[in-house]
Design a protein around this ligand. Structure first.
Ligand SMILES: NC(=O)c1ccc[n+]([C@@H]2O[C@H](COP(=O)([O-])OP(=O)(O)OC[C@H]3O[C@@H](n4cnc5c(N)ncnc54)[C@H](OP(=O)(O)O)[C@@H]3O)[C@@H](O)[C@H]2O)c1
Length: 267
């Protein structure tokens, strides 16, 4: 039996066991994917022990993503650039780290059809998830990225660190002119949080608006974008797509991201 799982603190809210469980059942794989509540002080010991217990790899989530990268034997350039890992694979040589949030974010947008990659993107928020989104947009070669955050110094530091076309813009009134994409990576709009208050009127009518918050699926930002007639993409697909590379590496099958998976995760 092949084992994999997800490490986090807390972990009960994670949808990853249901997601991978759907793929395991669908492909008839003799395997299991389990949630593991691991506190920060126990991460290093846990990562040493899991391969010896037969685990092929694990996902890591809050608060372990930076520490997981530091604990790895090798890492992809993308994970290093983002400064965080969410997918670890155990090999004879040690721990391989990757960050699949960035390709997951792009795959979710691409699945919705063409979107303007030749115009500036506006990214709201400069936390952990924003780092993956920014690196993804740089990889896709967007001509400019405007970064807005409540704590402006955090956005300025992140723009300096990641460089390549990122400039800051105020969160209260971000520069939306000519933008082809708006991404919310703040936690605003999440269940229990205030909505993100953003006037979308200056945004061109062919722009795409996406929110990486997926609880609720239709955030107030997406609802107001729809009301303006703009195209929207919700954040659940990012979660589904980021899971696929780990599943392929650990269980040896390329899984499908489709309506059945979405329904299983939402059930
Ligand atoms: N769809 C997916 O697969 C996926 C993946 C990862 C994360 N997410 C979601 O993305 C969201 C952010 O996650 P994260 O890991 O980046 O969190 P994080 O590192 O804690 O960053 C939170 C961000 O939200 C901003 N923020 C928080 N409260 C705010 C407020 N009241 N007003 C304005 N800005 C506020 C913070 O600004 P300051 O810097 O000013 O504090 C920061 O930019 C979460 O809802 C998470 O569930 C989704």
């Amino acid at each position: 039996m092949i084992l994999a799982g997800v490490l986090g603190d807390p972990i009960a809210q994670s949808k990853s066991p249901r997601l991978h469980g759907h793929w395991l059942a669908r492909h008839g794989i003799d395997g299991a994917y389990v949630p593991l509540h691991v506190r920060p002080d126990d991460l290093a010991d846990t990562l040493r022990l899991l391969p010896r217990l037969g685990f092929a790899g694990v996902n890591v989530t809050i608060p372990h993503k930076a520490a997981a990268l530091a604990a790895a034997t090798s890492a992809t350039d993308r994970a290093r650039r983002i400064g965080a890992a969410n997918t670890l694979t155990f090999t004879d040589d040690g721990i391989e780290a990757d960050n699949t949030d960035a390709p997951g974010f792009l795959a979710n947008l691409d699945a919705a059809g063409d979107w303007p990659t030749d115009r500036p993107a506006v990214v709201l928020g400069a936390g952990g998830a924003a780092r993956a989104v920014l690196v993804a947009l740089q990889e896709r070669g967007l001509p400019a990225i405007r970064l807005a955050n409540r704590t402006e110094a955090t956005a300025a530091a992140l723009a300096d660190e990641l460089g390549r076309g990122i400039a800051t813009t105020p969160l209260a009134a971000p520069d939306l002119a000519d933008a082809g994409l708006v991404v919310n990576t703040t936690s605003l709009g999440m269940q229990g949080q205030p909505p993100l208050d953003l006037d979308l009127a200056p945004l061109p009518s062919d722009a795409l608006v996406t929110d990486i918050v997926y609880a609720p699926l239709e955030t107030p930002l997406l609802a107001s974008a729809k009301a303006r007639g703009l195209r929207t993409v919700d954040g659940l697909g990012m979660l589904l797509h980021q899971a696929a590379p780990g599943f392929r590496r650990w269980f040896g099958v390329e899984p499908m991201v489709d309506g059945a998976l979405r329904a299983a995760v939402l059930a």
